[in-house]
Design a protein around this ligand. Structure first.
Ligand SMILES: [Zn+2]
Length: 300
């Protein structure tokens, strides 16, 4: 299932999972990065709940020699599913994360010149001053995490995330592990397996429990203690983003449960860029849905 498509308005490549959180991507239409055939986003509107993850389907058929059709394992949420990532990489490899300013819903705004050019059917490259520059900037963590997973040979490449203590793919990403005592952690992109039993919801606050935990020493024995958690305070978000995140959390929880019961070799992991709580070192706050995403990784 193709997971990548190029936005015809902006010329940048996106994964379908970004769409529910970025309403401005709705406009302009989508094309296959391999053959420029029209692509249609499915289950990608944040306004409704879907049982399947967002993905793209081709309208009609790919061109015969489309590079997006190179053989690769299927399964929408595995990083390896993006069959064209290998050759598409240099052009779309993000070096920087920049979130677009949040807007309440889709309020018509000043149309940039690029948009009217797209309406006139002009090729995108001619209408943007820095097409390469825009391709190297990601609007969500998803695209960056995917690049991290797909291309270990690029881990030395520079990466700029505002507030992150790392400066390259290598130094920005770290797996969250069990701990023996609460510790202040550097502000990085952390990732860990999620638990499928616990999604706490209170009003607009959702809390996800991760697998890594704190071991507690008690009367000479050591027993498992509290788990790391991620809290999403969604009150400031648009209804669209709230819906999309609730749906994604529940979908991933169920997916993790199914993987667990099937004794599968992979598990759902969350990648997130958040703020460690000032008092509770086992708690992170993620303030923007575009700073969290999910991938299947081999079970640890
Ligand atoms: Zn194609």
């Amino acid at each position: 299932m193709p997971d990548l498509a190029r936005n015809r308005r902006t010329g940048t490549v996106h994964v379908a999972a970004e769409l529910p959180f970025s309403p401005d991507l709705d406009r302009g239409g989508w094309e296959c990065p391999g053959c420029r055939g029209e692509m249609i986003p499915v289950a990608a509107s944040g306004d409704r709940l879907y049982k399947v993850a967002p993905h793209f389907r081709i309208h009609g058929q790919h061109a015969e020699h489309c590079s997006a059709l190179l053989p690769g394992p299927g399964g929408g949420s595995t990083p390896s599913a993006s069959g064209d990532a290998g050759n598409a990489l240099p052009g779309t490899f993000p070096r920087k994360l920049r979130l677009a300013a949040d807007r309440q819903d889709v309020v018509p705004e000043r149309e940039p010149a690029a948009a009217s050019a797209a309406h006139a059917g002009l090729p995108k490259a001619a209408s943007l001053p820095h097409p390469q520059g825009s391709a190297s900037v990601a609007g969500t963590l998803h695209r960056i995490a995917e690049s991290y997973l797909l291309a270990p040979e690029y881990h030395g490449e520079p990466l700029e995330i505002e507030g992150c203590e790392g400066t390259s793919y290598e130094t920005c990403f770290r797996r969250l592990k069990n701990t023996s005592r609460p510790a202040r952690l550097p502000r990085l992109v952390w990732f860990a397996e999620i638990q499928f039993r616990h999604i706490l919801r209170e009003g607009d606050v959702a809390e996800l429990t991760l697998s890594p935990l704190r071991w507690i020493k008690e009367r000479g024995s050591v027993r498992p203690g509290p788990h790391y958690r991620i809290r999403f305070d969604m009150a400031p978000w648009t209804p669209r983003r709230r819906n999309a995140m609730f749906a994604e959390l529940e979908r991933r929880r169920v997916e993790q449960q199914e993987l667990h019961h099937a004794e599968a070799a992979e598990r759902v992991n969350i990648f997130f860029f958040g703020r460690q709580d000032g008092e509770d070192a086992m708690l992170f706050h993620v303030e923007d849905p575009r700073l969290a995403c999910f991938f299947l990784l081999p079970k640890v």
